[in-house]
Ligand binder design. Structure first.
Ligand code: ARG
Length: 269
């Protein structure tokens, strides 16, 4: 127990350091945005959005050219366009670097299948919910001892660092939780036999099983529902938040949101 916590702490510290380096590299952007804040017209030039792209079908690299694609990316592009931005830039970083990047002004918003939680609401504002989600556990196909979350007591569980899945795993008695930088890595370690289970988001694991995962993994137990994704924005960027909510409502009313939804979540996917 103590050991993984230490490891998690270390990885966390490394990511903080990494995000500080990234913040340093982005100083040009920050400068630009400070000016932009003074003149609202200029603020419409570019919307810089952070994400952690190991979360298919919400954000993941396209197999062909590595460009980040997915439901979240289509949604934020449609929102940004509606808000009148000329350019929407997607910046990739560690999941737990997103909130610090919002608050340092390095990015204007984050869209990353991020669940709206009370703890996060203390640090950032969230848009209206745009996707209903939940948590699920998967194990290797040949595992016949784990049938539910309750069976995970004392087991080795892989999660993505800083996620709600990680928090859920930490609640399980005696579980040895390993935090990975990406959710893909957690699944690879499940395949390799280094963890007994992975806890992550329901739609992401469902997509993973459909795409390739079912060759070695299967879902167990009942999913834990009642989670909602929101777009995170700095507390002092009320105008950006209002713009996002207004644009999202328009996209929902016009059916454009539904089109994007169907593109990524239709049965054939
Ligand atoms: N919904 C979960 C959370 O908010 C997981 C999100 C992980 N997202 C990602 N892009 N890797 O903690």
């Amino acid at each position: 127990m103590g050991k993984w916590k230490k490891t998690a702490g270390l990885i966390g510290a490394m990511l903080v350091a990494a995000s500080m380096v990234m913040a340093g590299c982005g100083s040009k952007d920050t400068g630009k945005k400070e000016t932009a804040a003074k003149s609202p017209a200029a603020a419409k030039e570019e919307l810089i959005v952070g994400t952690e792209p190991s979360f298919a079908p919400f954000e993941f690299p396209d197999g062909k050219d590595g460009k980040i694609i997915g439901f979240d990316i289509d949604l934020i592009n449609a929102i940004g366009k509606k808000m009148g931005y000329k350019k929407i830039t997607i910046k990739s970083m560690g999941f737990d670097a997103l909130i610090p990047a919002i608050n340092s002004g390095n990015i204007d918003a984050a869209i990353a299948g991020m669940s709206i939680t009370d703890a996060r609401k203390k640090q950032v504002n969230f848009s209206d919910p745009y996707y209903d989600s939940g948590l699920m556990a998967i194990v290797r196909k040949d595992n016949d001892t784990i049938h539910s979350l309750a069976d995970l007591k004392g087991k080795k569980i892989g999660v993505q660092l800083g996620t709600t899945g990680a928090m859920e795993a930490e609640k399980i008695e005696g579980a040895k939780v390993t935090n990975f930088d990406t959710s893909d890595l957690a699944c690879i370690e499940l395949q390799n036999g280094n963890v007994d289970a992975v806890i992550s988001d329901l739609p992401v694991l469902q997509y993973f099983l459909k795409q390739k995962g079912s060759s070695y993994a299967k879902a167990v137990g009942e999913p834990k529902k009642g989670d909602h994704y929101g777009i995170a924005v700095a507390k002092d960027k009320k105008d950006v938040l209002d713009g996002i909510n207004k644009a999202m409502k328009e996209l929902k009313d016009s059916g454009e949101y539904q089109k994007i939804y169907d593109k990524w979540f239709s049965e054939s996917k």
